[in-house]
Write a protein that binds this ligand. Structure first.
Ligand code: CA
Ligand code: CA
Ligand code: CA
Length: 451
């Protein structure tokens, strides 16, 4: 019988291994795409080694504690055929993340109302398969989901009618959109008809995303389906143009709006190194972040993607704003790959970049998250576009979502308590010691247990 013969093969190999057969384990991140393998969950590292030896392939331990192993030099199909025989858990093989490609930008001049929440779709039951970053930060082993917490996404806007985002949009019922709008500022907050956030770039009440960046960011933090905090609310604040550009003054205004309209956490996946700290616009942002601090709001900012050459720079030497604003409520985020190595593009800084989180890499692709629709305005509820993107822009909302979960555990948790928990509970990595203050990669389970 096949099963028995395999069992004996395993036993024979066990002997061979104990007699000093060369191990096939490899260390370090891949250098080329061909060195990227298939991720599987094994019952133990010893099993993985037996399997790799038997198949004549190499393996790399991605997370020993959680027994996540990468097999290099074998197809997913072959591994799937083999794993059940080896009594490993074949159902936990990851694909390289699915779905990528084009998304269509909408015309920035068009105002699409928020037309109401879709039926909530809970987090994907096989989230670790398509959203491996959730597994990487151990988000799936924490039951708290960010309920009651508001994350302001200060970005290119948010496609708030996406079925996996619309149930989580923070709406202002005093002011209304579309046919219910009256052109008046009914709640007296200074913004007429700001039902679903505000568009500071175009100066209107419809912060719909005309780029795609902000929608992707919002989904990583708090999509109902794959967000780190799938029950947190998203406050859309558009400060960047359809091409992803903006100015610091507009961003400063967006920060103030977020503070005044219920944000507990502000996500800023934006920044630049051109500005001087003494410029009036940077000073304005500093003042607004100080106001956020007084109101107990945590600000999570992208460390940056290496400037014009795309190779990560040191923020200790070349400051990026707003990430480099040294206020106690600022948390600056670098990006690591699937193997917890700093990505080539990510900025770093042993004293100015605080934490590192998964942000996608060139070998395995970007993080998968919500995208703009390929229809206009009100799309059908089965139009659920997704796209991959990579950058510190993606690592940042992963951390913002984690902060929301830590906040919802106990709403009285202060920005400093949350920030310290994220830094101090990071999984230590020797190669990140001098690159980020935390010396490792954020981990939601550990942060959650520590707070
Ligand atoms: Ca208003
Ligand atoms: Ca109104
Ligand atoms: Ca608009």
């Amino acid at each position: 019988m096949k099963g028995n013969s395999y069992l004996s093969t395993l036993l024979a190999l066990l002997t061979l291994v104990s007699c000093g057969k060369p191990v096939s384990e490899i260390f370090g991140a891949p250098k080329t795409k061909s060195q990227v393998g298939i991720i599987a969950s094994c019952t133990s590292k010893a099993d993985a080694q037996l399997l790799a030896d038997d198949l004549g392939v190499q393996y790399r331990v991605i997370n020993e504690k959680r027994k996540i192993i990468e097999f290099i030099g074998i197809s997913e199909k072959a591994l799937k055929e083999y794993l059940p025989k080896a009594k490993l858990k074949a159902n936990e093989i990851f694909d390289d993340v699915l779905i990528s490609g084009d998304f269509k930008a909408q015309a920035s001049s068009t105002n699409y109302p928020f037309y109401g929440a879709h039926q909530r779709q809970e987090r994907s039951s096989n989230a670790e398969r398509y959203y491996p970053h959730l597994e990487q930060i151990e988000a799936l082993s924490v039951n708290e989901q960010g309920e009651g917490v508001v994350i302001a996404v200060i970005d290119t806007g948010v496609y708030y009618n996406h079925p996996h985002l619309s149930p989580n949009i923070k709406v202002n019922n005093a002011d209304r959109h579309g046919t219910s709008s009256d052109g008046r500022d009914n709640d007296g907050n200074g913004y007429a008809d700001d039902y679903a956030g505000w568009d500071f770039y175009n100066g209107d009440a419809y912060p719909i995303d005309d780029n795609g960046h902000g929608t992707h960011v919002a989904g990583l933090a708090a999509s109902t389906y794959m967000g780190v905090a799938p029950r947190a609310k998203i406050l859309p604040v558009k400060v960047l143009s359809a091409s992803g550009r903006g100015d610091l003054g507009t961003i400063a205004a967006g920060i103030m709006y977020a503070i005044d309209n219920g944000a507990h956490i502000i996500n800023m996946s934006l920044g630049g190194s051109g500005a001087s700290r003494t410029s009036s616009e940077v000073q304005q942002i500093i003042r607004n972040i100080q106001v956020a601090k007084d109101r107990n709001v945590l600000v999570v900012s992208a460390a940056g993607n290496g400037g014009s050459d795309g190779i990560g720079d040191c923020n200790d030497i070349t400051p990026v704003y707003p990430a480099n604003i040294e206020e106690a409520n600022m948390l600056s985020v670098a990006s690591v790959d699937r193997w917890n190595n700093l990505t080539d593009y990510s900025n770093f800084g042993g004293s100015t970049v605080h934490v590192a989180a998964p942000g996608g890499d060139y070998f395995t692709g970007g993080l998968l998250s919500t995208a703009l629709p390929d229809c206009n305005g009100t799309c059908s509820s089965n139009n659920v576009p997704y796209v991959q993107m990579m950058g510190t822009s993606m690592a940042t909302p992963v951390v913002a979502g984690m902060a929301a979960v830590l906040k919802s555990k106990q709403m009285s948790n202060s920005y400093s308590k949350i920030r310290n928990a994220l830094i101090n509970s990071s999984v230590q990595e020797s190669n990140l010691q001098d690159l980020v203050v935390a010396g490792g990669v954020v981990n939601l389970k550990q942060a959650f247990d520590s707070i």
